[in-house]
Write a protein that binds this ligand. Structure first.
Ligand code: ATP
Ligand code: MG
Length: 501
């Protein structure tokens, strides 16, 4: 044991738990992520407390002292309370034994040591003592501190045991390798662990899709998600989790002509999106648009938007199905954005992701991802820009970010040219938006107004008139103003044979 943990337990909560534990006659320790993140200098607001005894009872005692509500999860034997912005979770130390056919272990009360043995990685199994006599002492039976310094992800037991007991740990290993790797330190899964993951990959079948997807989401919001997806692919897990993505792999060559390697390209785009998004957040230039009780609430984005990451991951998912070769055109993927957008609902269902407006957002971005850059190869007319703004609505900033991230090529001159064009479109978008405010376009002419003006019931012609007015505005024939729209409505209505009431 050592006491190099000074400063890590300054928060008042640790003293309070320590005193409560002494009074209740149990031993308590801070364990897991909080300990790891202290040494890494990463901020951590979740504290896990493991108790040799009842976690729920200690939580109740602490709750009384700090006058805070305690949420009890009887089934899991855990309890949680919030204190000055910290989330503190209490759990009784456990001893677990597993059967081969199930992820549900036989659980008994145990000591700290038993509990540390059932943890996933050495770096996640370290604990700080909260006992008065050795407050803050590090309890590190597996050399977690050494592995942390070396950037090593290793299981406390034989990896085959750890992974087979709970196969989710295989994806967690990859998640931590992705999350903890930074400019300062690379985290690697030890070779015998990687080999074990490959061997145990079929064990994923006993996991629920929800648990897998939760880990995948956590990989996606990392600084460099490609690290995780490469590892998922190398270990064969990706083939099981998201086979559609592995279909993007490989390059076919006909008559000496190859195409872009779409898997690497996709990962590059996801990393670019992550980088550009964080830069835009730092600059305060991105918002989230949410609906609360039917009204739109705009909030500045403060962290990664998971669904933008999903859009990046899936943006080219339609490519394998649309790949063609012709001697004249070479390799083409015509319509891959349409096919890709159509694949999104099924993929979301398969991954047990929500089938609500988040899915629609991803679908929209996949479907529109070629539009901004296509604008520059054609004549950039105001009308084309207005239509893009109209189709993207509030998601235009995310779409532009994705489109910028999608500019990857081995040829630096090509990248430079595309980036220049991209800036051109961006400028044009800003001009048109400032002038015409299309982003939140609402047709000045409503169906109700038409019905009232002409004393007619709902009918097909109302749609025709509205569409006519909308197109005239988007094409710049008239301004986005009620008077102009009203005049046009009357012209079209007369043409269709309606007389004012
Ligand atoms: P994060 O910062 O991502 O929350 P964390 O280490 O706190 O990282 P959690 O998923 O919150 O990760 O889990 C808390 C702790 O519980 C871990 O540090 C680990 O000790 C243990 N743990 C969680 N899940 C498992 C698992 N499936 N198998 C073994 N131990 C686990
Ligand atoms: Mg945690």
């Amino acid at each position: 044991m050592s006491t190099i943990t000074e400063g890590f337990l300054d928060h008042r909560i640790f003293n309070i738990v320590s005193t409560a534990a002494e009074k209740t006659g149990v031993r308590a320790f801070v364990i897991g992520g909080y300990v790891r993140d202290c040494f890494l200098g990463r901020p951590c607001k979740d504290i896990d407390i493991v108790v040799e005894g009842s976690g729920i009872e200690l939580a109740r005692a602490v709750g009384e002292t700090v006058k805070s509500n305690v949420s009890v999860f009887k089934n899991f034997g855990t309890a949680m309370l919030k204190y000055h912005g910290m989330e503190v979770e209490f759990v009784g130390a456990r001893k677990e034994s597993y059967r081969r056919d199930s992820r549900k272990p036989i659980v008994e009360d145990g000591t700290l040591e038993d509990d540390q043995l059932r943890r996933d990685f050495t770096i996640n199994a370290m604990a700080f003592s909260l006992q008065k006599e050795d407050f803050g002492a590090l309890v590190d039976p597996f050399g977690g501190i050494r592995d942390l310094a070396a950037g090593i992800i290793r299981t406390p037991l034989d990896p085959d045991t750890t992974y087979s007991d709970d196969p989710l740990r295989m994806i967690r290993a990859i998640r931590f390798a992705t999350k903890l790797t930074s400019g300062e330190r690379v985290f690697r899964i030890v070779p015998e662990s990687l080999e074990s993951i490959k061997r145990n990959r079929d064990r994923l079948s006993i996991l629920s899709k929800e648990r897998i997807t939760e880990e995948l989401n956590k990989i996606l919001v990392c600084e460099k998600p490609s690290i995780g997806f490469r590892l998922l692919d190398d270990t064969g897990l990706l083939e099981y989790i998201l086979p559609q993505l592995t279909k993007l792999k490989g390059v076919e060559t006909v008559e000496g002509k190859g195409h872009k390697e779409n898997f690497s390209h996709t990962l590059e785009v996801v990393d670019n999106v992550a980088e550009y998004e964080m830069a835009a957040i730092a600059a305060g230039s991105l918002n989230n648009y949410e609906y609360e009780d039917g009204t739109e609430v705009i909030k500045p984005r403060t962290g990664p938007y998971l669904w933008l990451r999903w859009a990046a991951l899936l943006h080219d998912i339609g490519k394998p199905a649309t790949k063609r070769y012709s001697p004249q055109a070479g390799w083409t993927f015509h319509g891959h954005e349409v096919v890709g957008a159509r694949m999104v609902p099924k993929l979301f269902q398969q991954m047990k992701l929500p089938l609500n407006e988040k899915m629609k957002y991803v679908q929209k971005l996949v479907g529109l991802h070629l539009r901004p850059i296509a604008l520059v190869t054609e004549e950039v007319t105001d009308s084309a820009v207005r239509r893009l703004l109209f189709d993207a609505g509030n998601d235009i900033d995310d779409l532009m970010l994705l489109c910028n991230a999608d500019i990857t090529s081995k040829n630096p001159r090509k990248v430079e040219r595309l980036k220049r064009n991209f800036e051109l479109v961006k400028g044009k978008l800003a001009n048109v938006e400032a002038k015409d405010a299309i982003r939140n376009f609402k047709n000045p002419i409503t169906g109700e107004y038409i019905m009232k003006t002409y004393g007619i019931p709902p009918c097909r012609e109302i749609g025709i008139i509205k569409e006519y007015v909308k197109n005239a505005i988007l094409d710049g024939v008239i301004e986005n103003r009620f008077e102009d729209a009203d005049r046009l409505m009357r012209e079209k209505a007369a043409e269709l044979g309606f007389n004012e009431k």
